[in-house]
Design a protein around this ligand. Sequence first.
Ligand code: NAD
Ligand code: 0WE
Length: 258
Amino acid sequence: MAGLLEGKKGLILGVANKRSIAWSIAQSASREGAQLAFTYQGDRLKENVEELASTLPGSIVLPCDAMQDDQVESVFKKLDETWGGLDFMAHCIAYAKAEDLAADYLQTKKDGFDTALGVSAYSLTALSQRAVPLMEKRGGGSILTLTYLGGQRVSPRYNVMGVAKAALEQSVKYLAYDLGPKNIRVNAISAGPINTLAARGIAGFQEMLKINREKSPLRRNTEPEEVGDTAAFLFSSWSRGITGEIIFVDGGYNILAV
Ligand code: NAD
Ligand code: 0WE
């Protein structure tokens, strides 16, 4: 049977290593027949991403620090030259200064606030601006970002990242409104806690995984493959009626009260 994403071209931003949620999204999309382009942030991650991408034949690998306008610009120039269009984009990028995930939110400085909101929230809008013309050439598209429950509720020490995710989630809705007439859909997956590079070193993260495993309706932790398969659905025409949504892939944890 033909894959769900046969003939589609997609851009995946935010692979750091094999544990990255972005990599699980890439594997699901590739399994369903999509051709992929990857970006990496800085030379430190270049080899990692090239090695992973080489396992998916026909992949493109490009540098892209989301805060560098020239790098963002050249990604879409390259995709336009090689593919002449784009069907989907997965934005899997977040960053806050470590110090801002350790103290109280009250202590957040302007610089830390701007960094977290710039990298984790504004970058979706900046990237979407460049993706739109390529998606229009294909008669539409699907844009996806990743968020966390800490953008809607208080998750202790998620702090300025929670404020950034709130801005990101609302950006999803405004972008969905703007891009609907172009048949471009914009959605977010709100994933449960997953042991990735970005989660490593967060004080108490193992305890969070334990609570999630014990309390969530599905009584297990979220697997990155579950996020990947939901992403493939959101890239596909099976989700053609869905835009501006925050879809929880968290074993149902978000529905609970005490
Ligand atoms: P990860 O560390 O594998 O991925 C984070 C990525 O962000 C890295 O590839 C990093 O290079 C990239 N990045 C950071 N700053 C960047 C910049 N300036 N330009 C370009 N790229 C930049 O960790 P992950 O957990 O896979 O995170 C991916 C997304 O999933 C993030 O948005 C995160 O908030 C979200 N998320 C994670 C969890 C979790 O528990 N791990 C849960 C829900 C949502
Ligand atoms: O979005 C995230 C984490 C994103 C993240 C992680 C780091 C660690 C290293 C952003 N910036 C940095 N900066 C660093 O220097 N998650 C959803 C995972 C996560 O992080 C938490 C969580 C959860 C869940 C932090 C505190 C509380 C819960």
